[in-house]
Write a protein that binds this ligand. Structure first.
Ligand code: NAP
Ligand code: F7E
Length: 344
């Protein structure tokens, strides 16, 4: 039985990856941070199948202890301060976790078991102000946020430990991937959650920032499969994982309303742009400049050819299916919340 250690296990990707590895017969160990309230987050439903270890990416001693306990064949480093907007508010914490934290875990691997295979969660945010369209493994990087800059350090140190010490380290340059377990501060889940609340009459409109921003959005369940595949190859390497399609935030919102049976039309421009319900004439979407970023990544679209050819990776969940799934889940969750509130 293979053993895997996942950092960031209770996050979105950690949960889908845990399910995948458990299905494959792995013994799964996961790192949690100590909080005032015990919180298994997205792995609550499978918590009895996972061995949890308390550690922190900023504390190398805790990581060495975790590796000693788990003795893993594979480490998946998914832990991060992953919200780009927060990286301007907490640039130091972001760097300590997302950049230096990577050196911490690579050093822990060197000390405990240099044969252990390592996956690093790199990101399309490293392309930032894009230097080529579409972006692939050879596209120069130009990060646009403290998050992107910190992740670029993590990416290069992962490559450097491969070249310096012969560690089996891989970076997945993953483009945005979403799903029903996505944090509600990210734009996709913010949209599907608010659409559900509008549909059920709890909220009257959705406020967004830059609706022109374009992203290459896939589903997390498909993307964690690529992580696993990278660590099953004969040689370590870096791979772009993406869909090759790009859509604006406005397109995402329109599709989400559509899936809830609400037809929305957009008019106006800049901060005056609005989205209107075609049937009732009500304004359902407004722009709020508080969601604008100090520097924006305007457009991302990835080329997943290398991952498809070398790993045999293929996405199975289309954009349409993903949005449908997210809206349906949020409608169910909001209904549950309403039932619970009515019993109080
Ligand atoms: P997520 O839902 O925000 O999960 C992040 C995880 O990291 C959480 O479990 C969090 O634990 C943990 N964490 C944060 N700081 C930590 C620390 N100091 N020590 C230990 N654990 C810590 O993120 P995700 O969407 O699953 O993404 C997984 C990884 O892929 C991240 O590294 C992200 O940057 C990267 N990535 C994501 C995407 C995407 O579109 N989702 C694309 C490219 C790359 P708490 O619950 O305690 O906060
Ligand atoms: O923003 C725009 C915003 O916060 C997407 C992380 O997983 O993917 C994610 O980073 C776009 C941006 O994700 C709102 O300005 C408009 O252009 O959902 P997001 P992100 O910044 O792309 C990458 C690959 C990662 O690695 C990260 O960890 O949407 N936008 N209006 C908005 N964004 C938010 N959050 N909220 C709005 O109201």
């Amino acid at each position: 039985m293979k053993k895997a250690l996942i950092t960031g296990i209770n996050g979105q990707d950690g949960s889908f990856l845990s399910e995948l590895l458990l299905e494959k017969g792995y013994e799964v160990y996961g790192i949690l941070r100590r909080k005032s309230v015990v919180d298994y987050g997205n792995v609550t439903h499978i918590k009895d199948k996972i061995h949890f270890i308390y550690a922190d990416m900023t504390d190398v001693v805790s990581l060495i202890k975790a590796l000693n306990i788990a003795q893993p064949d594979e480490v998946y480093n998914l832990a991060a301060q992953s919200f780009v907007a927060t990286s301007w508010d907490q640039p130091i914490a972001t760097a300590e976790i997302d950049a230096v934290g990577v050196t911490n875990i690579l050093e822990a691997i060197r000390v405990v078991n240099p044969k252990c295979r390592y996956y690093q969660a790199s990101t399309s945010e490293m392309f930032g102000k894009v230097q080529a369209i579409p972006q692939d493994e050879n596209t120069p990087f130009y990060p646009r946020s403290p998050y992107g800059v910190a992740k670029l350090y993590g990416h290069w140190i992962t490559k450097n430990y491969r070249e310096s010490f012969g560690l089996f380290t891989c970076s997945g340059i993953l483009f945005n991937h979403e799903g029903e377990r996505r944090g509600k501060e990210f734009v996709t889940r913010k949209i599907t959650d608010t659409v559900a609340r509008i549909k059920l009459g709890l909220v009257d409109h959705l406020e967004l920032g830059n609706m022109d921003a374009k992203r290459d959005w896939g589903h997390s369940k498909d993307y964690v499969r690529a992580m696993w595949l990278m660590l099953q190859q004969d040689e370590p390497d870096d791979y772009v994982v993406a869909t090759g399609e790009t859509r604006s935030v406005r397109d995402f919102a329109k599709t989400a309303f559509d899936k809830a049976g609400i037809k929305v039309e957009f008019s106006g421009s800049g901060v005056d742009e609005i989205g209107t319900d075609v049937n009732s004439g009500k304004v359902l979407v407004r722009v709020n400049p508080k969601f604008f970023r100090p520097a924006e990544v305007e457009m991302l679209v990835g080329n997943p050819k290398k991952a498809e050819e070398k790993l045999g990776w293929k996405r199975e969940i289309s954009f349409d299916q993903m949005v449908e799934r997210m809206v349906a889940t949020d409608i169910t969750l909001v209904k549950q919340e309403m039932r619970y509130a009515s019993q109080l």
